[in-house]
Ligand binder design. Structure first.
Ligand SMILES: Nc1nc2c(c(=O)[nH]1)N[C@H]1C(S)=C(S)[C@@H](COP(=O)(O)OP(=O)(O)OC[C@H]3O[C@@H](n4cnc5c(=O)[nH]c(N)nc54)[C@H](O)[C@@H]3O)O[C@H]1N2
Ligand SMILES: Nc1nc2c(c(=O)[nH]1)N[C@H]1C(S)=C(S)[C@@H](COP(=O)(O)OP(=O)(O)OC[C@H]3O[C@@H](n4cnc5c(=O)[nH]c(N)nc54)[C@H](O)[C@@H]3O)O[C@H]1N2
Ligand SMILES: [Mo]
Length: 756
């Protein structure tokens, strides 16, 4: 596609992201799942002051709020939880676990909402209903039977509310372990790790208001048109007032090229061009690219001293600049250019945009965080921001765009396998106990521990661990070795079937549903990507009277396990979430007078870096020197990245189409550059077996269809989770231990047998 140009005639609707197709798609999602009228009424309460928070991504809501603040994909996530279909005792009576295992992930999710606690006794092949008290009792027996609390694992996915997360980590630490892996381990851990080292805090440094002031915005390794659609409104507004936008992505994601706002009728056809510059980096080439841009910036500074560097900021607030500059100067430019896959001209253009901008924001997501050198990717962004003082002032800063709607809040509440001692001290003081200090297992560590027989109980507060993690053959076997697995869930998924010897499914309320406790209707709170905490209150009647809230389920398990002698008033906390908020207010900094303040409006959490208070050992922000990753591919090998389609939420797939990438009716595809297809002697549409290589091991998926796509040479892409069988369990990022979902070395071979 040609570079966007304001004067060019409007492209076909098919080439523009958003627009009419998006309106049609929203309507269809609602019509199919909930019936248009009932569903639409609730949809208008999404992201409103007295409504519920969108269960999709963590992009913030504007204040004051727009009359309608949801996107096509938010509507789909809502429709999925508002479905009229039900999975109850009858469903399980007619289907064994082994027979359900033969169904696809999509089929499982489409069966609808879980309605009753279900139990699979040891030796049985069927789930059967069990009362809540007996369910809690089974978990208590399993946990009390362990030789050590470190033999239990407590996973969290990022939809869990602050209140549920706070009680959950309290329970787990009262039990005596920090085994609290979460989806963040699989997601933005690399960002948190790098930002903590360099800026002294794991969160981003911008607020939504900064986007209205930025002169340049870089969007690196992120596909907001699909995964953070409301961010497109922000980018579109920025663009319209003259902000320059640079996209860095091996795929020319359509919304980053041109976007039509579906809620602005006059723009529905044609749209606004988004990226001024599109750097089509090679997969894994970001460190080289960012270093090459840094070299260019140093050169611009030499030509005109004072043009690029913010010397006052460097002197007062940073350390390591001189060593960093020497290291960057010594880098071999030709190699950087070759490794990045981006031309010298475009690298210069990116440096020019950065140097001219008074204020720059850099946004990024999974394209950077799921590589072996993921932490280095983020550190290089920080280097770039620091040299021009683009941290801690309006309109500028670092913006890791979070995934799950409350993944950031769950961390703030203490869901972390490596808690800070200060946090543990405050938690212990508030509840009168000594929390365990020893670090717990992260997601990869948890799989290894179960696989090796070092952990025997797996409890999940949301998510789909068996499918979201690398190499399902290892993870499913690891879960299968457990004495007990228990999942708090809204819909059926494969993790319920990758069951331990004994297994439980505990069905819970979803975001949009009324949560009635002993003291009356409750609301919960969530934190977005920019550290703003908001209330979320569902109004819809729950799909079954049996459902409990996540708070109630956590409190129930805690009470049963810790016994009557335990001093925490679990029942009272569950009866009135304000009492939970009182505890949070005393334990978590920034939440003082939480209950009162959240009733008046959103709460903005303090972040030191925003005011240039860097909470590093020296109080200064740090430049870092990062070795260049060396990824050598043998002849005929490609580097494969795994991506989300426009029609899924993580492991929940809504359809087999990926509208913006032109893929229809098939997710078992591998996207390859046309020249590579020819060079490999393959043909478009041909079925291939894809084999990955890592540390002497190989893994394969079969019968994927080859599809030509605009990608750099040597690169390939396939969908998550279909391609997870190719991702090795022991290949993860240095430092953060996030699986390398975005760089898998593969070869393609014509399929052994034709596969339909
Ligand atoms: N509709 C919808 N919304 C979602 C989700 C969803 O599944 N569906 N998931 C939520 C979650 S948990 C998350 S974490 C976010 C994920 O949001 P994203 O991070 O946007 O999701 P991914 O599809 O993983 O895509 C990453 C992007 O990185 C690019 N990329 C791949 N490899 C590289 C690389 O080496 N370098 C660079 N520069 N780019 C690369 C891909 O082409 C793709 O455009 O979205 C959240 N929101
Ligand atoms: N190959 C590859 N793998 C990846 C990624 C990738 O880019 N590539 N991305 C990784 C990332 S960024 C992430 S965040 C993980 C996601 O990993 P997870 O968070 O573990 O997975 P999800 O698919 O989001 O979880 C879906 C399930 O959550 C349950 N659920 C939905 N809503 C609720 C709720 O309100 N409460 C409760 N208790 N349960 C609910 C439903 O039962 C549903 O089946 O996957 C990771 N895996
Ligand atoms: Mo994520």
């Amino acid at each position: 596609m040609a570079p966007p140009d304001d004067d060019a005639p409007p492209p076909d609707d098919d080439e523009v992201a958003g627009g009419l197709a998006s309106i049609v798609s929203t309507g269809r999602a609602l019509a199919e799942k909930v019936g248009l009228v009932a569903g639409a009424a609730s949809l208008f309460r999404m992201n409103q002051a007295r409504g519920f928070d969108c269960p999709g991504c963590a992009w913030p809501d504007p204040e004051p709020r727009a009359a309608i603040e949801f996107c096509e994909n938010g509507a789909k996530h809502f429709a999925h939880e508002a479905t009229r279909r039900r999975v109850g005792p009858d469903f399980f009576a007619g289907r064994s676990v082994s027979s359900l295992l033969a169904e696809s992930d999509r089929w499982l999710e489409e069966q609808g909402r879980l309605t009753h606690p279900m139990w699979k006794p040891e030796g049985a092949d069927h789930y059967q209903p069990l009362s809540w008290d007996e369910s809690f009792g089974r978990i208590a027996v399993a946990l009390r039977g362990l030789a050590s609390p470190d033999e239990a694992i407590f996973y969290t996915s990022g939809r869990t509310s602050n209140e549920a997360a706070f009680l959950y980590q309290l329970f787990v630490r009262q039990l005596g372990t920090n085994n609290l892996p979460d989806c963040s381990n699989l997601c933005h851990e690399s960002s948190g790790y790098a930002l903590t080292e360099t800026l002294g805090g794991g969160k981003g440094t911008v607020g939504l208001e900064d986007f209205a002031l930025a002169d340049a915005i870089f969007v690196i390794g992120q596909n907001p048109g699909t995964n953070h659609p409301r961010m497109m409104t922000t980018l579109r507004e920025a663009k319209r007032r003259g902000c320059r936008i640079v996209a860095v992505n091996p795929l020319r994601e359509r919304a980053l090229v041109r976007f039509a706002h579906p809620q602005h009728p006059r723009e529905v056809v044609g749209g606004t061009p988004i990226a001024d510059l599109f750097l089509q980096v090679r997969i894994g080439g970001d460190v080289a690219l960012l270093q090459a841009i840094a070299r260019e910036l140093l050169r611009l500074e030499e030509e005109a001293p004072g043009r690029v560097l913010d010397r006052d900021f460097l002197r007062e607030h940073t350390e390591g600049f001189d060593a960093w500059r020497e290291a960057v100067r010594a880098l071999p430019e030709d190699e950087l250019v070759a490794e990045s896959g981006v031309s010298r001209r475009e690298i210069r253009a990116a440096a020019e945009i950065y140097a001219r901008a008074e204020r720059t924001i850099v946004c990024w997501a999974m394209g950077l965080t799921q590589h072996r050198h993921a932490v280095a990717n983020v550190r290089e962004i920080v280097n770039l921001l620091l040299l021009r003082g683009n941290v801690g002032r309006p309109g500028a800063g670092a913006c890791p765009v979070r995934g799950h709607s409350n993944v950031q809040g769950d961390r703030t509440m203490g869901i972390w396998e490596r808690p800070r001692p200060e946090f543990l001290a405050r938690l212990g003081a508030e509840f009168g106990f000594t929390p365990p200090a020893r670090h717990g297992l992260d997601s990869v560590g948890a799989i290894e521990a179960m696989r090796d027989g070092r952990a025997h109980v797996f409890f999940a507060l949301g998510g789909n661990f068996a499918v979201a993690t690398p190499d399902p053959s290892v993870t499913e076997a690891a879960l299968g070795r457990c004495r007990l697995t228990a999942h708090v869930s809204t819909t059926l998924n494969r993790s319920h079937l990758a069951a331990g010897r004994e297994a439980l499914i505990l069905p819970c309320l979803a975001r949009s549903e009324r949560d009635l406790q002993a003291s009356g209707p409750q609301f919960v709170t969530v934190e977005d990507s920019m550290a703003v905490v908001r209330r979320s209150e569902g109004r819809r009647p729950p799909p079954s009277p049996e459902l409990r809230s996540e708070v109630a389920i956590v409190a129930g398990v805690a009470r049963a396990t810790l016994g009557p002698a335990n001093a925490v008033p679990w029942e009272a906390l569950c009866a009135d979430y304000d009492l939970v908020r009182e505890r949070i207010a005393r334990v978590v900094p920034g939440f003082e007078s939480f209950g009162e303040r959240i009733r008046r409006g959103p709460l903005v959490l303090p972040r030191g870096a925003r005011t240039r208070h860097f909470e590093t050992a020296t109080g200064r922000a740090r430049f870092s020197v990062n070795p260049r990753p060396r990824l050598t591919l043998a002849p005929r090998e490609l580097l494969l990245t795994t991506i989300r389609s426009h029609d899924q939420f993580n492991t929940t797939v809504y359809s087999d189409d990926d509208r913006y990438r032109g893929v229809r009716g098939d997710r078992r595809v591998v996207l390859v550059a046309p020249d590579d297809i020819a060079a490999l002697g393959l043909a478009e549409g041909q079925r291939v077996d894809v084999t990955s290589r890592f540390a002497g091991e190989t893994r394969s998926v079969h019968g994927f269809r080859v599809r030509a796509h605009d990608l750099p040479r040597g690169c390939a892409a396939a969908y998550y989770p279909e391609a997870n069988a190719l991702v090795p369990i022991s290949s993860f990022a240095e430092g953060s231990r996030t699986p390398t979902y975005k760089s898998v070395v593969v070869t393609l071979r014509p399929a052994a047998e034709p596969s339909a």
